[in-house]
Design a protein around this ligand. Structure first.
Ligand SMILES: Cc1cc2nc3c(=O)[nH]c(=O)nc-3n(C[C@H](O)[C@H](O)[C@H](O)COP(=O)(O)OP(=O)(O)OC[C@H]3O[C@@H](n4cnc5c(N)ncnc54)[C@H](O)[C@@H]3O)c2cc1C
Length: 428
């Protein structure tokens, strides 16, 4: 894409470092606005914590982990529309979050209604079994939570909906143990989804080509066509600033990039990397891991409820996603499990998969386990306070899911921060 005839003249280059979704969103938005962009990535692939690859053991393309995008994720959907990735997503229809309790075998589904008012909760068939309408009102206390409040302070373990609803949702949304999660961050997601009706809650998951085919490869194609310069194998080692705080040198070890006064730098790196590059900055310094196991079955799988995803309670596994003959299971905030041997974990998680699918728990299907040790910053009140804003000096911008987006570590937060930085650069 070329800038239109009335686009502002391009002055200088924006150096975007990190080709995760924050960096890709920023780089594509800038290029779409007619800006000159160079994107640097340390590894030989883009996508960071949200990507797929061919796995030779399973002979299938697998994702680093199950990712759920919701209709409320406007920034993410805007990004996908820009780069042409929306077709790579599978739209879950009807709008429904199905659950199964592994201990009792009960099935239920949250099925939000059309309007913004959650009138659908008046229908017992759209709620957790045996729950009362009044039980759900308790969630509104999150709206008034101060910055130090935890989810558990307002929705205690003893609340009738905690085990079957609040806890599974909070742990997977915040990727943080229930007793630590920030009430404000959970409310930020509930407010945009459960309280906005069906379309805001519509689940989207990766289609047959996996996460990269939807969220990553189209962005690289878009940049290639639009003249964006993408450089892999470029690991930023240090950045140097002049007396006025402007970045004037990027050190990639084998190459130094000297910036002109018109150049800008967008750092789109994980929190821990930025902590080492900018040691005086306050940034989140605790994260949690996610486990994901992929099992290749002997035939295409059907989940109870007939949708491609299923929430589980009463076990260790939390979400099952199915893509043809591969069933994938996620455990968030998995720090107490993550150091266990791979084969033990594959056998352990299979027991929950087998219970959900009616298979033999002692005969695990061929599996691949992915350990994402730093899947996202710990979404606690304390860590939330450490999140920095975007602008840091005349030409330096920080983006990523850990910056101060008001959201937990999500695709939406990452993309939103990338878009905001692009808007600031373009306006400068
Ligand atoms: C298993 C798992 C499941 C998840 N599930 C969901 C979900 O269901 N829904 C949701 O919304 N979110 C989910 N997330 C979170 C989501 O994936 C992240 O919020 C998002 O991908 C973060 O993007 P980012 O660009 O901020 O960071 P990253 O993806 O970490 O990107 C940073 C990039 O910088 C590169 N890099 C690192 N160091 C350097 C360096 N020194 N120089 C140059 N490049 C460097 C990295 O290789 C990487 O490509 C999940 C995450 C995981 C791990």
């Amino acid at each position: 894409m070329r800038p239109g005839p009335f686009a502002p003249a391009v002055t200088g280059t924006t150096h975007v470092v990190g080709a995760g979704l924050a960096g890709l969103a920023c780089a594509t938005a800038l290029v779409a606005a007619g800006q000159q962009v160079t994107l640097y990535e340390a590894t030989d692939h883009a996508g960071g914590r949200c990507r797929s690859w061919y796995d030779a053991k399973l002979d299938r393309t697998i994702d680093n982990g199950n990712h759920l995008i919701l209709g409320a994720n406007r920034e993410c959907l805007t990004y996908l529309d820009r780069v042409g990735g929306r077709d790579g997503l599978q739209t879950v229809d009807p709008v429904c979050l199905p659950f199964r309790d592994l201990q009792t075998g009960e099935n239920w589904a949250l099925r939000p209604g059309l309007g913004p008012l959650p009138l659908w909760l008046a229908d017992p068939h759209r709620r957790v079994p045996d729950s009362r309408l009044v039980d759900y009102l308790r969630v509104l206390t999150l709206a008034f939570a101060g910055p130090d409040r935890r989810v558990i302070d307002l929705l205690p373990e003893s609340h009738p909906l905690t085990a079957r609803l609040w806890k599974p949702l909070a742990v997977s949304i915040l990727n943080t143990p229930y007793e630590e999660g920030s009430a404000r961050l959970l409310w930020a997601v509930f407010r945009q989804t459960l309280l906005r009706g069906a379309e805001a809650c519509r689940p989207y998951i990766a289609g047959p080509g996996g996460l990269s085919a939807a969220l990553v490869d189209p962005a690289l194609n878009f940049l290639a066509k639009a003249g964006g310069d993408v450089r892999f194998g470029k690991r930023l080692k240090a950045l140097y600033r002049s007396a006025n705080g402007a970045v004037d040198l990027l050190d990639f070890g084998t190459e130094m990039i000297r910036l002109t006064p018109d150049d800008r730098v967008v750092i789109a790196l994980p929190a821990e990397t930025v902590g080492a590059l900018l040691p005086t900055l306050s940034i989140p310094d605790r994260s949690h891991g996610i486990l994901n196991a992929h099992y290749r079955l002997d035939q295409s799988a059907q989940l109870p409820g007939g949708l491609p995803l299923l929430g589980l309670t009463g076990g260790i596994a939390e979400w099952l996603f199915v893509r043809e003959d591969v069933v994938s299971v996620t455990v968030s905030a998995a720090d107490t499990l993550i150091n266990r041997p791979v084969d033990d974990l594959l056998a352990l998680l299979w027991r929950d998969v087998a219970a959900a699918l009616g298979r033999d728990p002692d005969r695990p299907a061929m599996g691949r386990l992915i350990k994402e040790r730093r899947a996202g910053f710990a979404a606690t009140p304390d860590q939330n306070r450490r999140r920095p804003g975007i602008r840091h000096g005349p030409n330096l911008f920080l983006v990523g899911d850990w910056t101060d987006t008001g959201l937990p570590a999500t695709i939406e937060g990452a993309v939103q921060s990338g878009h905001r930085a692009a808007a600031l650069v373009t306006a400068a």
